[in-house]
Design a protein around this ligand. Structure first.
Ligand SMILES: [Ca+2]
Ligand SMILES: [Ca+2]
Length: 241
């Protein structure tokens, strides 16, 4: 009897479990049927947000592309303009270069016209003028035109060397003078007292109180003070010696 009672309880529980399972399946099935509307409702804000973001991205992307394209066009224009400028500069530089070369050529030609054959005597270079006679100032200026100065003797050795090149009958201006102070003989080149003097006997005599420039007489290598306005030959000494 007891066994039948237990068996009955077991069968009852089994039937209850079956009924519950069916009910759960029905609920889930109903939820599945309702998901379309439900899920759309839940996801709609997210989908709208994604759509907005996509539109923004597309707008930004197209805007960036347009901006980049515009910048590239501007850079290309600048490069073309710069290239044109470079060509213009190159032409200007070439033109200036040609003008400078022309100027250089003219200067060289002028130098060749003015250049005199300086000769090395001892350790220095001299130009000895044997054709044209000028007063002392004109002679000093002419030497400057040659890029030189009137001879400025340092010692007896230099005098002996240059004397061997002179015409014995000619007189040649030197750079020595006492224009600033009578009796004080200065070198025009250095502006200080002449380093070397080799007076002829009786000189300097400052004849007529008007002899303030010194020439060198070729025959004896002697010096004499004389009128600066008197035309004489002259000796130029190069600064490059
Ligand atoms: Ca004098
Ligand atoms: Ca004299």
């Amino acid at each position: 009897m007891m066994n039948y009672f237990v068996l009955g309880i077991f069968i009852f529980l089994l039937l209850e479990s079956f009924v519950y399972t069916q009910e759960v399946e029905v609920v889930v099935e109903n939820k599945d049927n309702q998901c379309d509307a439900y899920c759309f409702k839940v996801l709609r804000p997210m989908l709208e947000h994604i759509s907005v973001m996509q539109e923004r991205w597309e707008f930004c992307n197209s805007s960036k592309l347009a901006n980049t394209s515009s910048r590239l066009d501007k850079i290309e224009s600048q490069l073309v303009a710069q290239e044109a400028k470079d060509v213009s500069y190159a032409a200007a530089i070439e033109e200036t270069k040609m003008k400078l070369l022309e100027q250089k050529s003219l200067i060289e030609n002028q130098k060749n016209i003015n250049r005199k054959p300086f000769q090395k005597v001892g350790s220095k270079y001299y130009y000895i003028e044997e054709i044209q006679q000028l007063n002392w100032f004109g002679a000093a200026h002419k030497c400057l035109e040659f890029g030189a100065h009137l001879i400025s003797l340092d010692d007896q050795q230099e005098l002996n060397a240059i004397n061997s090149k002179l015409n014995p009958v000619n007189a040649y201006w030197t750079d020595i003078n006492d224009l600033s102070e009578e009796g004080t003989f200065l070198s025009l080149t250095s502006g200080v007292r002449a380093k070397f003097l080799n007076w002829r006997t009786g000189e300097p005599n400052n004849a007529d109180r008007s002899e303030h420039c010194v020439y060198l007489f070729g025959a004896y290598s002697h010096m004499n003070d004389f009128k600066c306005s008197s035309p004489k030959y002259f000796i130029c000494e190069s600064f490059d010696a």
